[in-house]
Design a protein around this ligand. Structure first.
Ligand SMILES: CCCCCCCC(=O)SCCNC(=O)CCNC(=O)[C@H](O)C(C)(C)COP(=O)(O)OP(=O)(O)OC[C@H]1O[C@@H](n2cnc3c(N)ncnc32)[C@H](O)[C@@H]1OP(=O)(O)O
Length: 158
């Protein structure tokens, strides 16, 4: 059964934001601290006829690995991400997504993720996220999502 964490990502997120008409259509759900999801790319995401743009795959990875921050209950930002493109990313196919945290070292969160088309590995990624206080995002002057209130409150002291 899928658990539904109280927190959600930015509704305007370019990857998964339901309020963003230009979103990439990333859908995720959570099983414990693991993230699962799917995405269906189309002509808008083309890099070559019938194939997804590598930048679209990298953006999906950034969003996918970042989603692990929700069940980890640690707000954070991507410091570095490496994407290995392993197989064809065909448009019009439902790609499955999975991500998890491999290691926590103080504020450093080592994330991993995979995108598959059926049994075929399309891409895998490793990223370093840095745990930040929610106040990190206040400088923009934009209101933060309500569900971010108290996010990481306990982890700040971990
Ligand atoms: C649900 C949410 C989903 C989110 C998905 C989307 C995620 C995103 O796209 S976030 C947007 C892209 N990323 C950003 O905007 C981040 C911009 N960068 C920053 O704000 C800062 O550089 C930040 C916060 C990462 C680090 O700054 P700061 O808090 O001062 O930490 P700092 O002291 O420099 O580094 C902390 C540790 O991380 C390490 N570190 C920081 N950056 C890197 C890096 N690029 N590579 C390797 N190590 C790094 C440092 O060496 C240090 O290690 P140690 O503790 O061992 O000395």
């Amino acid at each position: 059964m899928h658990s539904a964490p109280a927190r959600t990502h930015d509704p305007m997120c370019m990857g998964c934001g339901h309020a963003n008409p230009g979103n990439l259509g990333v859908r995720v759900w959570f099983e414990g601290q693991r993230v699962h999801g799917e995405v269906l790319l189309d002509e808008r995401h083309s890099g070559a006829p019938g194939y997804a743009h590598g930048g679209a795959i990298a953006a999906i990875m950034d969003d996918l690995l970042g989603q692990v921050l929700i069940p980890l209950d640690r707000p954070g930002v991507t410091a570095t991400i490496t994407v290995d493109f392993r197989g064809p990313a065909l448009l019009g196919r439902t790609l499955s997504l999975e991500s998890w945290c491999e290691k926590i070292d103080g504020r450093k969160l080592h994330m991993r993720g995979e995108i598959r088309d059926g049994d075929t590995l399309v891409a895998e990624a490793r990223a370093l996220f840095i745990h930040v206080d929610v106040s990190h995002w206040e400088a923009s002057g934009q209101p933060l999502p309500e569900s971010w209130q108290g996010w990481g409150g306990e982890a700040q002291n971990a």
